[in-house]
Design a protein around this ligand. Structure first.
Ligand SMILES: [Zn+2]
Length: 273
């Protein structure tokens, strides 16, 4: 499995699928695993790596949000404690998410040596800038809504780590499954986090990390620009420049329907305000 980034504390694995990341953080008193994902061989690489560095420390699993690709490896770490948002815990669509995993495995003839289940949350986070001490390390959480309904941002201030889930990804424009307006508010929060905590590293759900503050802020600007351009094109009834957008991003087969979905959601939102 590709290792996208590694230092003495952090390892970012990158799946062959959608460049989805699985991050392992080796803290003093515990191992934090973020969104272990996708193929069985990738999950088993992550398991072996964790066993190798673990030193009998407890494992905590952090789920950035409940999209099925991010929770697919849950039961591969059966003794882990789970950290996720209150909305994640109360997600009314748990069954649908499990069905998406089962469909994916079915379509691709994938067998797994662990059961597929929706995560049970042990440490529930809610609200913004909520600080929780885990095994003597402070973690700070913010709600991150817009992409989906139950996302969280996680900061580990002592290590300068900012885990943003599917926001601020360099490989894709914002995928708005819930609300463009809330997405913009979440981007504001990300800006606040970056300016307040000056993270040394930004880890995202798909594609490359960043260690550069300007690049982190530029990713926010680019996401905002994209959403504002959609809003303008709806308000002015002018066409959105899709060709220009697709020059910047690869994989048009996925990007075009994602953009159309974004348009649909924003049109609905704007017609309600
Ligand atoms: Zn994702």
């Amino acid at each position: 499995m590709k290792i996208q980034y590694q230092d003495s504390t952090i390892t970012i694995f990158e799946s062959a699928l959608y460049q989805t990341t699985s991050t392992i953080i080796n803290l003093e008193k515990f191992i934090l695993i973020v969104d272990p994902n996708w193929l069985p061989i990738e999950i088993s690489t992550i398991q072996s790596y964790v066993e190798k560095i673990r030193n009998s420390k407890p494992i905590y699993l952090l789920f950035t949000h409940s999209d099925y690709d991010h929770i697919i490896g849950y039961r591969a770490f059966p003794d882990a404690k789970v950290i996720a948002s209150e909305a994640f815990q109360n997600n009314p669509e748990k069954e649908k998410i499990i069905e998406q995993i089962n469909n994916f495995d079915d379509e691709n003839y994938i067998l797994r040596n662990y059961p597929i289940e929706y995560p049970k949350v042990d440490i529930i986070v809610s609200g913004d800038f909520q600080k929780i001490e885990i095994e003597n390390t402070a973690l700070v959480f913010c709600q991150a809504i817009g992409h989906n309904l139950d996302g969280i941002f996680t900061m580990i201030p002592s290590l300068g780590i900012f885990i943003a889930g599917d926001y601020l990804c360099e490989v894709e424009f914002p995928f708005i499954y819930v609300s463009g307006i809330q997405y913009l508010q979440t981007l504001e929060k990300a800006k606040k986090i970056i300016n307040q905590y000056e993270p040394k590293i930004l880890i995202v759900g798909h594609g490359p990390f960043s260690k550069n503050k300007k690049e982190m802020l530029d990713r926010i600007k680019e996401a905002e620009k994209y959403i504002f351009e959609i809003i303008l094109s709806i308000k002015n009834k002018t066409p959105f420049n899709l060709d220009f957008l697709l020059k910047r991003y690869h994989f048009p087969k996925n990007m075009i329907p994602a953009h159309e979905k974004n348009l649909e959601i924003l049109e609905k939102e704007l017609s309600e305000t």
